[in-house]
Design a protein around this ligand. Structure first.
Ligand code: GEK
Length: 245
């Protein structure tokens, strides 16, 4: 696994964060060292895939990156379901295509089919869905696009199906916000990031990743019509919700 050193040297100007080749090359290391609880989120994707994926239905991994979730869904979902993995970064989709092709060649047997889509998740039509994953992706959509997008996703989901939504979150209370931010930065330091790396990444992602509060996420999912909206995980300023239609 290549080590993330993207922000280790001082930059004259820190540009906006992009999911390009340099990020895709180090992505597994970057996300593991940056997101507290990432491995718990992945375990939950695996568990939900075995609980919710139904024969002859579609499963969506929206904002799939290198397919950490997609591959777990593939291992755990019923084999006669179809997985759609979507990302608008060609660097990510190109690498994931190689991984999926390699896996399909080695194990042509009982694995569900995976269709990769190089596309904006807002332009994908979700249909006949038994399980939908948005693992750390909604946060990158413009805030005004989030409700119409989630309504459209919910419209394509079957009764009893599930949406797993994981996000970086923020807090109304300023002290709580500062405390959770400090704890997150300590987590990054403990995983080898320097103060310079933390500061430069923060600048790069500031206008790109816009977090909302847990309360806003829960209220939106309820308003859209999900019957059960269950926050099941939080570590510092990262959280995850299981919403059942
Ligand atoms: C994982 N789920 O490893 N349309 C499609 N893709 C998008 C869009 C969009 N509008 N906006 C962002 N992305 C993964 C991790 S990473 C999370 C998800 C992170 C994609 C973007 O290209 C990137 O690959 C992914 O969403 C977000 O479980 O880096 O914090």
């Amino acid at each position: 696994m290549s080590k993330d050193r993207i922000y280790s040297a001082p930059l004259e100007r820190v540009g906006e964060f992009e999911f390009d080749d340099s990020v895709a090359d180090v992505f597994p290391d970057m996300i593991r060292r940056s997101v507290p609880g990432y491995s718990s989120m992945l375990s939950m994707i695996a568990q939900c895939a075995s609980m919710y994926a139904k024969p002859h239905t579609n499963i969506y991994d929206l904002g799939c990156s290198l397919g950490a979730g997609t591959l777990l869904i593939r291992e755990n979902a019923v084999s006669d379901s179809t997985i759609h993995a979507v990302d608008n970064s060609s660097a990510m989709i190109t690498r994931l295509q190689e991984i999926v092709t390699n896996q399909s060649t080695k194990r042509p047997d009982a694995l569900p089919e995976v269709n990769l889509h190089l596309a904006d998740i807002r332009h994908i039509e979700v249909s006949n869905a038994s399980f939908v994953v948005l693992n750390l992706t909604l946060q990158f959509l413009a805030p005004q696009d989030r409700t119409p997008f989630l309504k459209s996703v919910a419209g394509g989901m079957l009764d009893g199906s599930a949406l797993l939504l994981s996000e970086k979150v923020c807090f109304e209370d300023a002290e709580q916000q500062n405390l959770m931010t400090d704890l997150h930065h300590n987590f990054k330091r403990a995983h080898g990031y320097s103060d310079l790396e933390i500061a430069q990444k923060r600048t790069a992602i500031e206008n790109r990743l816009i977090p909302e509060t847990m309360e806003a996420h829960v209220a939106r999912l309820k308003a859209i019509g999900f019957k059960t909206v269950a926050p099941w995980f939080q570590c510092f300023n990262f959280a995850s919700i299981l919403a059942v239609k």
